[in-house]
Write a new protein. Structure first.
Length: 293
């Protein structure tokens, strides 16, 4: 039989586990409730103000069209990822697969990446304004804004990719080496497909930061209401468009409508990226099963 002290200790452990479980569910439910409240508040206030005039080809003070801002947002996201994603992924491949463990240079790069991740976006905007806009002479342009954003998201993509590569079991690499494959072939044929879901998750986070950024773009992209027609053309993204409208009491409803469109765009991008990640992961799993068979 158990002694009284053992019974009391067991009861105390069960009560502690129950308390922690209740706190976990409480805070998870609270977080979900806050998220639902924010989304519903935006939808209730924004959907009634969505009209065809908001999607006119040209912006005027009467229609405050968001279509130019929507097109600029898509171009900014695409160009920023085109610059930052290859740099971040290949840098992570070097750090995770080629650099020696405990290398001082690797520690320095990781420390710098973590430091860059914590810098306020307004600092990036000031740097972009001084370097890309003024020193290089690009002016307020899509290229200047995208280059500034690519610097902002580069540490995020690099760190998430590195962690995804490190999470791939070493048995994958050992099996590939045992079959005679070289390091480069092992990385691109075995390790990268296995780490693809984690890499795409980092890309999703990067897209979210690009879409929601305003401070850095004010100093680099500008705030033009016209449709962006080239790399050296100014414009505004949806978040910047919404920020500008929200500052004017006359366009509060249109600002909420822009927020609804922005939510739909972000949700669509995240769903598409998640579907791609799932498809890549499924294909990689099927290849592994076929090889085993």
């Amino acid at each position: 039989m158990r002694s009284g002290s053992e019974v009391r200790a067991m009861i105390a452990r069960k009560m502690k586990d129950m308390l922690l479980r209740c706190l976990t569910w409480l805070f998870a439910g609270l977080t979900f409730a806050v998220l639902v409240f924010i989304v519903m508040h935006i939808l209730i206030n924004g959907i009634p103000h969505i009209r065809p005039s908001l999607f006119a080809l040209e912006y005027t003070p009467e229609n405050v069209s968001l279509l130019p801002a929507l097109a600029t947002t898509v171009m900014t996201v695409a160009l920023s990822l085109l610059i930052a994603a290859p740099l971040g992924i290949f840098a992570a491949i070097y750090l995770a697969e080629y650099a020696r463990r405990g290398n001082r240079f690797v520690r320095l790069v990781r420390s710098m990446a973590e430091t860059l991740s914590g810098i306020p976006s307004i600092i990036y905007g000031l740097f972009g304004s001084l370097f890309f806009v003024a020193w290089l002479g690009w002016g307020y342009s899509l290229l200047a804004g995208s280059c500034t954003l690519s610097i902002m998201i580069l540490p995020l993509i690099m760190r998430t990719t590195e962690e995804s590569l490190k999470s791939v079991p070493d048995t994958y690499r050992e099996g590939s080496f045992g079959l005679g494959a070289g390091r480069l072939r092992t990385v691109f044929k075995i390790v990268l497909p296995a780490a693809a879901p984690g890499i795409l998750a980092g890309v999703i986070l990067a897209i979210g930061r690009i879409v929601g950024e305003t401070a850095a773009l004010v100093f680099t992209l500008g705030n033009a209401t016209i449709m962006t027609t080239g790399l050296f053309s100014s414009g505004r993204t949806l978040s910047l468009h919404m920020y500008t409208l929200a500052g004017n009491a006359m366009y509060t409803g249109q600002a909420y409508a822009t927020a609804v469109v922005l939510l739909v765009v972000v949700a669509g991008i995240n769903a598409a990226t998640a579907a791609i990640a799932k498809r890549v992961s499924t294909r990689h799993s099927q290849k592994g099963r076929n090889k085993n068979d």
